[in-house]
Design a protein around this ligand. Structure first.
Ligand code: GAP
Length: 513
C-alpha cells in the first residue's frame, strides 16, 4: 500500500474515531456516499462556512446573501439546462456488472501514462548530474512516445465529448485496452447518458402530483431571485449574491469518502456584471479565490488552476482550483464565466424580463455572471488531509496532531485543572466562564495531563490551559501551544487577548485585506 493510501485510510478512521464524520445510518450498514458530521465535524464545518460567508458577504459591500429553498419550480431545471444536459456518460462491464463513468475511465488511463513519464524522469534525474528535466522531456524517445499517446487520446476524447459522440467514447475505451478492475475483461456495454438529478413528487395525491427535483446546485435559487434582490437591495452592477446550502446528485460512481457524495453542501456566489467585462472579472475572481485558500496557510504547492477541456453548457470560460488530495490533484472549487445563459433562459421560460437598467449607460441589458462555486465537504476534506500528521518527538514517542488553521478548529481552548481538587476545578471553571462566550471551549479533569493534551492535539485544539497549584497563589496558568507544544506561564487576565490574536475569525479575515 502506498503512503498516500495509508494516509487516506488513517484520515477516514481518524475522522470517525474523533467525532468528525460518521457513515450515514451506520447501524443499518450505512447508505452509499452519504455521511453525517459528528460533534467536532459540525463545528469545523460551520467554521469553514463562516469563513467563506464572512469573506464574501461581510467584507464586500457589494455582495449580499440569500437562503433559497431546496425545492424549486420544475421549469427552473428546464430553463437551466439540467433536465436535458446534466448527465454523465456511463458504461457497464457485462461480466462484473460494475458501472463506471466512461470519462473517468479514460482520465484514469491518461493519468497512468503520465505516471510512467514521471517515473522515467525520476530515474534519469538519479542517473545524471546537472539533469535538465525540460530538455529530457522534450527529447527522450520513450517520454515522447508516451506524450504522443496522451495527446492523441485527449484530442479524440475532447472531440467526442464536444460532439456528444458516445460511440466514439466507447471506442476510445476499447482502443486504450481499458479493462474492468473487477472482472479484468473488456466486455463493455454501449455508453449512455445518465441524468444526475434526484426527482420526487410534490403533493399527496398521486394523480395530482408534479415531479420536482432536489436541487443539483444552489446557483439557480440565486438566479431566480436576481431581480428580487437587485430591486429590494437597490443593488448596482457589479454586485454579487452568495448562498450556502445542500445540493443533491445521483452520482454514478460515488467514492473517496466525502469527496463525491450524493448529498453535499455548496458555497456559491454569482457576480452580476456588464456584458463585455467578463474576462476581466473572471481573472479577478480567480485571484480572489486563490487568496482565500492561501490565507489558510495550506502548502501552496498543493493547489493549482486547471482549465476545463469541455465547457459546461452555460460557460464561455471555466477553471477549477484543484487540491492535491491523498488520491491526486482533483477539483476543489469551480470558477465559471456563465455568460447571460441562465438569466436569458429564465426570462424565456418564465416570460418575465430579467434585465437590469444601468443608469450610467442609460440602457437595459441582461447581466453576465461570474460564478465561484466550492463544495463545503470537499473543503473540509482538503483541510483535514493537509492537517493530519504523525510526528516523532525528541523523546522517541509519537503523537498524532491535527494542525488545523486555528480559526477553523472545532474547539479553540481546552481548560484543565491539573488535579480535580484543592480549588483547581473552580479556578478552571472561572476561566471557562470568561472564554465560553467567544469560543467553543472544552473542560476536562479525567486522566493525566499528557493524555488530555494528546486528545486535544488529535482534534486540533490550538491551546490548552492548565490550572495548577501556582495558579491559586498568583493567578497565572500555563498555556500550551498545539504546534510547538511549548508551554508559557501567563497571567489569567492576559488570556483573552492571547487567544483572540491567534484563533479568532477576525485574525484570519484580516489576511484577506
Ligand atoms: N453551480 C456550479 C456547479 O455546481 P460544479 O463544478 O458541478 O459546479 C461545484 O460543482 C463544486 O461543488 C465542486 O467544485 C465541488 O467542490 C462540489 N461538488 C460537486 N459535486 C459534488 C459531490 N458529488 N460531492 C461533493 N462535492 C461536490
Amino acid at each position: 500500500m502506498s503512503n498516500q493510501e495509508d494516509l487516506f485510510k488513517n484520515l477516514i478512521s481518524h475522522s470517525k474515531e474523533y467525532g468528525f464524520i460518521f457513515q450515514s445510518s451506520e447501524i443499518y450498514d450505512g447508505l452509499s456516499a452519504v455521511y453525517d458530521y459528528g460533534q467536532n465535524g459540525v463545528l469545523l464545518k460551520n467554521n469553514i462556512r463562516n469563513y467563506w460567508w464572512q469573506s464574501m458577504v461581510q467584507l464586500n459591500e457589494n455582495i449580499v446573501g440569500i437562503d433559497a429553498a431546496i425545492f424549486m419550480h420544475p421549469t427552473t431545471w428546464k430553463a437551466s439546462g439540467h433536465v436535458d444536459a446534466f448527465s454523465d456518460p456511463l458504461i457497464d462491464n457485462k461480466d462484473s456488472k460494475k458501472r463506471y463513468r466512461a470519462d473517468v475511465l479514460i482520465e484514469e488511463h491518461v493519468a497512468k501514462i503520465e505516471a510512467k513519464i514521471d517515473k522515467e524522469v525520476e530515474k534519469a534525474a538519479k542517473r545524471f548530474e546537472g539533469f535538465d528535466e525540460k530538455m529530457f522531456r522534450s527529447t527522450n524517445a520513450r517520454v515522447l512516445e508516451y506524450q504522443n499517446k496522451i495527446d492523441e487520446i485527449n484530442e479524440r476524447f475532447k472531440k467526442a465529448l464536444n460532439e456528444n459522440d458516445l460511440t466514439e467514447v466507447r471506442q476510445i475505451i476499447i482502443d486504450c485496452d481499458i479493462v474492468c478492475a473487477v472482472s479484468g475483461s473488456k466486455n463493455w456495454t454501449d455508453v449512455r447518458q445518465f441524468n444526475l438529478m434526484f426527482s420526487t413528487q410534490l403533493g399527496s395525491v398521486a394523480g395530482d402530483s408534479d415531479t420536482i427535483y432536489l436541487r443539483p446546485e444552489t446557483a439557480q435559487g440565486i438566479f431566480v431571485n436576481f431581480l428580487n434582490v437587485q430591486k429590494t437591495g437597490r443593488m448596482k452592477i457589479p454586485f454579487g449574491i452568495a448562498q450556502t446550502g445542500k445540493a443533491f446528485r445521483n452520482e454514478i460512481v460515488a467514492r473517496q469518502f466525502i469527496f463525491r457524495m450524493r448529498e453535499f453542501e455548496q458555497m456559491e456566489m454569482q457576480f452580476f456584471i456588464r456584458p463585455g467585462t467578463q474576462k476581466e472579472w473572471y481573472e479577478n475572481w480567480k485571484q480572489i479565490r486563490l487568496k482565500w485558500h492561501n490565507a489558510l496557510g495550506i502548502d501552496a504547492n498543493k493547489k493549482r488552476f486547471h482549465d476545463h477541456i469541455k465547457l459546461a453548457h452555460y460557460a464561455d470560460a471555466a477553471c477549477d482550483i484543484e487540491f492535491e488530495f491523498p488520491f491526486g490533484f482533483k477539483e476543489l472549487e469551480g470558477i465559471h464565466s456563465r455568460t447571460d445563459f441562465d438569466l436569458r433562459n429564465h426570462e424565456q421560460f418564465s416570460g418575465k424580463k430579467q434585465q437590469y437598467f444601468d443608469p450610467e449607460l442609460n440602457q437595459s441589458y441582461t447581466p453576465y455572471v461570474i460564478e465561484t462555486s466550492i463544495g463545503l465537504d470537499r473543503m473540509f476534506l482538503a483541510i483535514m488531509a493537509s492537517s493530519l500528521k504523525e510526528e516523532k518527538l525528541e523523546d522517541g514517542s509519537e503523537r498524532v496532531v491535527l494542525s488545523l488553521p486555528a480559526a477553523l478548529a472545532p474547539i479553540k481552548v481546552a481548560v484543565f485543572p491539573l488535579m480535580g481538587k484543592d480549588g483547581m476545578p473552580e479556578k478552571a471553571m472561572e476561566i471557562m466562564n470568561i472564554l465560553k462566550f467567544d469560543y467553543n471551549c472544552w473542560y476536562e479533569e479525567k486522566d493525566n495531563i499528557g493524555k488530555r493534551y494528546r486528545r486535544q492535539d488529535a482534534i486540533g485544539t490550538p491551546y490548552c490551559i492548565t490550572v495548577d497549584q501556582q495558579s491559586l497563589e498568583d493567578n497565572t496558568v500555563t498555556i500550551r501551544d498545539r504546534d510547538t507544544m511549548k508551554q508559557d506561564r501567563v497571567s489569567i487576565d492576559k488570556i483573552p487577548s492571547i487567544i483572540e490574536e491567534k484563533v479568532s475569525m477576525k485574525s484570519l479575515l484580516k489576511k484577506l485585506g
